[in-house]
Design a protein around this ligand. Structure first.
Ligand code: FAD
Length: 302
């Protein structure tokens, strides 16, 4: 059975794009995660469609990832196919002030391209280490900007296997969520509309945001960014700091001393360490402040 799956995956994407038992710690910014049974890096929409229909026909679990910057993967790894779009599915095109990008395109690279072209609107994204697809799925945002502000339409593969184009209204982008996430769709291509701007001003804003990140965020340790969503009326980081949990650790996972909203991998952290730590934080914040913390980080294989 597994030999047949490998053969069929290789027939679809080519030998170089299929890996077996691939350690996911090499593909997540947390540097955590056991092996993916089949790690597949498609290069085209057709290949994505064929892998998805193979998984459906053979009842194989399927997990789509971008740059793995917002996921926690279990220590025992992931059954089925991990369809990783970050490197091989990342072409883009610019026409006037409109950028069309495949889902695996790096958001940081896109922000740099926008700067080069003198286009404003993506400065907020210049420090978000995700793919464009993952950023649409999460409606990633920072410093008063979010994907919702710049995305005009998205081509998706829906749950029924149809390719559809969703306009701004249909994308239903909210705080760290979207129609893509709610309806289990796969982002294939994203259209982003920016405005003509002043290169110096765009660069200054990007530098300013980068400085802020360096000052405030524990970029020196592996993490998946903010661990929890912002609970209404509060800031997760402040609640966690106020509970005295800065620096609190379980195994190799710790609440960052620099920014309590980040759980960081201090070295050799396991997914089990992170789960125990985040469960403990949630319990403490509920007991102390009566506030429910919800994970922003998505779990795979857990
Ligand atoms: C240091 C650091 C700083 C960060 N700062 C920010 C920030 O300021 N603001 C912010 O919003 N986030 C931030 N993040 C989190 C993260 O970068 C974003 O959520 C990003 O959008 C995730 O993109 P990704 O490609 O890495 O997605 P992944 O982590 O690979 O996946 C995240 C989710 O999206 C899904 N997904 C990914 N690609 C697709 C696709 N093509 N189609 C359908 N589903 C898909 C996955 O299944 C998963 O559920 C930060 C992370 C780090 C490590």
């Amino acid at each position: 059975m597994s030999d047949e799956i490998v053969t069929r995956l290789i027939n679809i994407t080519g030998k170089d794009n299929v890996r077996i038992n691939e350690p996911m710690k090499n593909h997540t910014t947390f540097k955590i995660g056991g092996p993916a049974q089949y790690y597949v890096t498609p290069e085209s929409v057709t290949q994505i469609q064929e892998v998805v229909s193979l998984c459906r026909d053979m009842n194989i679990p399927l997990h789509v990832i971008g740059n793995g910057s917002n996921i926690l993967v279990g220590d025992d790894g992931v059954d089925g196919v991990v369809l990783a779009l970050f490197n091989t599915f990342s072409d883009y095109e610019i026409k006037d002030n409109v950028i069309t990008a495949q889902a695996g395109m790096s958001l940081i690279k896109l922000a740099v391209i926008a700067l080069r072209e003198g286009l404003t609107g993506l400065e907020f994204a210049s420090g978000i280490p995700g793919s464009v697809g993952g950023a649409v799925y999460m409606n990633a945002g920072a410093y008063d900007g979010q994907m919702k502000d710049v995305v005009t339409s998205v081509t998706v593969l829906d749950e029924a296997g149809n390719i559809r184009i969703l306009g701004r209204d249909e994308l239903d982008m909210g705080y760290r969520t979207s129609a893509v996430a709610k309806h289990n769709m796969i982002v294939l291509q994203v259209i982003i509309e920016l405005k003509a701007g002043n290169k110096e001003q765009i660069k200054d804003r990007m530098n300013q945001l980068s400085e802020l990140r360096k000052q405030k965020q524990p970029l020196e340790y592996p993490s998946a960014g903010s661990t929890f969503k912002r609970p209404e009326g509060y800031f997760a980081g402040k609640l966690i700091a106020d509970a005295g949990l800065k620096g609190y650790s379980i195994g190799g996972a710790a609440v960052s001393e620099k920014h309590a909203g980040f759980v960081v991998n201090m070295g050799g952290a396991t997914a089990k360490d992170v789960v125990e730590l985040t469960d403990y934080i949630k319990k403490r914040i509920m007991e102390q402040f009566g506030v429910t913390l919800e994970l922003e980080v998505k779990r795979i294989g857990l």
